[in-house]
Design a protein around this ligand. Structure first.
Ligand SMILES: Nc1ncnc2c1ncn2[C@@H]1O[C@H](COP(=O)(O)OP(=O)(O)OP(=O)(O)O)[C@@H](O)[C@H]1O
Length: 351
């Protein structure tokens, strides 16, 4: 089921009348059956957006549509959503079976049907052999699977996940995110996944929505957001190591950094913020000699930190291509160089 957010806005007013515009005029379409990552730094309004979709926060203005139905004024229990939090929120005194079954008791689902559904869900999330344990006897990853099973057992129209992996250690995080992806694919349920972790969002999402200060920055497929960011914020937020952003000048289709020629770039003459991803540099005889600050070999890859006038940048290159760190020449292709407007930070289309 498609979800439409139409000019959705939430302004919090504190007791001393201070206003926080947590979500500002958000216009987004979440396509039916897709997993969409809601991504942005802490405080950008992700959770507030999710809670408005869930019916836990009342929007200040704007509308929320589930398919053709306007749910803006519906209470949470009438929306048909499954919600999973970062802290799992399982009942510690109940068994896994009882935890998963709990939402069905409220719905007065027939007992045999409820037992069958609990088994179906436990199987789906891969914990069918853990049903008689208490949550405290499970690993964090298993507990999060129970929380997902409990959210899905009601057959919701939408699955909402709020930082579901942030309490897990690195290995479990990786494993559980693959599980979530599989479960989402198998059920085909429209899913919104909140995270501040760009790598997590990139790996799990069909589409990413990037937010900053309550405002939508970009919504697109992960690789589009990565390779074709619409502004400097998005460019800097995605990618590790981060994109290099240097002040540069284009003169007659050549890029100069600190007055020195660096690469060819077809664009209008002028000053720009120049974005170059570390992995887009190549060590090449046809490149420009750079002043190396330091070199860090991490197995197959090498990070070269180099100086361009008073600015430093990083290149991530194949270790085998670095013969001598004394004389490194780096090249970057025209289409890999991104130009941003100095005033607005918006990308300048050069094609
Ligand atoms: N109940 C509230 N009352 C007042 N201000 C709030 C309330 N909830 C959130 N805010 C403010 O709204 C803004 C957005 O908060 P929100 O929790 O949506 O951000 P977030 O992107 O989910 O952040 P995080 O990743 O840290 O959870 C923040 O400035 C926050 O301080």
């Amino acid at each position: 089921m498609e979800i439409v957010l139409n000019r959705l806005t939430k302004v919090f007013v504190t007791k001393n009348k201070q206003e926080t515009r947590a979500v500002d005029n958000l216009d987004i379409v979440i396509p039916s059956g897709k997993l969409v990552g809601l991504l942005g730094p802490s405080g950008c309004g992700k959770t507030t957006t999710l809670f408005m979709i869930a019916g836990l926060h009342k929007p200040t203005s704007g509308r929320i549509l589930f398919g053709n139905e306007d749910v803006t004024k519906l209470t949470a229990d009438k929306r048909g959503i499954g919600l999973v939090f970062q802290n799992y929120a399982l009942y510690p005194h109940m068994t896994v079976r009882q935890n998963i079954m709990f939402p069905l008791e409220n719905l007065k689902v027939d007992y045999d049907e409820a037992v069958a559904r609990v088994h179906e869900m436990a199987k789906l999330v891969g914990i069918e052999d853990q049903l008689d344990k208490k949550p405290g006897e499970l690993s964090g990853g298993q507990q999060q699977r129970v929380a997902i099973a409990r959210a899905l057992v009601k057959k919701p129209r939408v699955l909402l996940l709020d930082e579901p992996l942030s309490n897990l250690d690195a290995r479990l995080r990786l494993q559980t995110r693959e599980e979530i992806k599989r479960i989402q694919r198998e059920t085909g349920i429209t899913t919104i996944f909140v995270t501040h972790d760009q790598e997590e969002a990139m790996s799990i999402s069909d589409e990413i929505v990037v937010m900053e200060k309550g405002v939508l920055q970009q919504r697109d497929k992960p690789q589009e957001v990565y390779y074709n960011p619409e502004n400097l914020f998005v460019a800097k937020f995605l990618g590790s190591p981060a994109i290099n952003v240097l002040r540069g000048e284009i003169k007659q289709n050549k890029l100069y950094i600190n007055g020195e020629y660096f690469a060819d770039k077809k664009a209008k003459d002028g000053q720009y913020e120049v974005g170059m991803r570390p992995e887009n540099f190549k060590v090449s005889e046809s490149g420009v000699s750079v002043k190396v600050v330091d070199v860090d070999i991490i197995g197959r890859d090498t990070i070269i930190r180099f100086q361009l006038g008073d600015q430093t940048a990083r290149a991530l290159v194949d270790s085998e291509t670095v013969e001598s760190i004394k004389n490194i020449k780096l090249a970057i292709k025209d289409e890999k160089i991104l130009l941003f407007d100095i005033e607005t930070g918006k990308v300048v289309k050069t094609k």
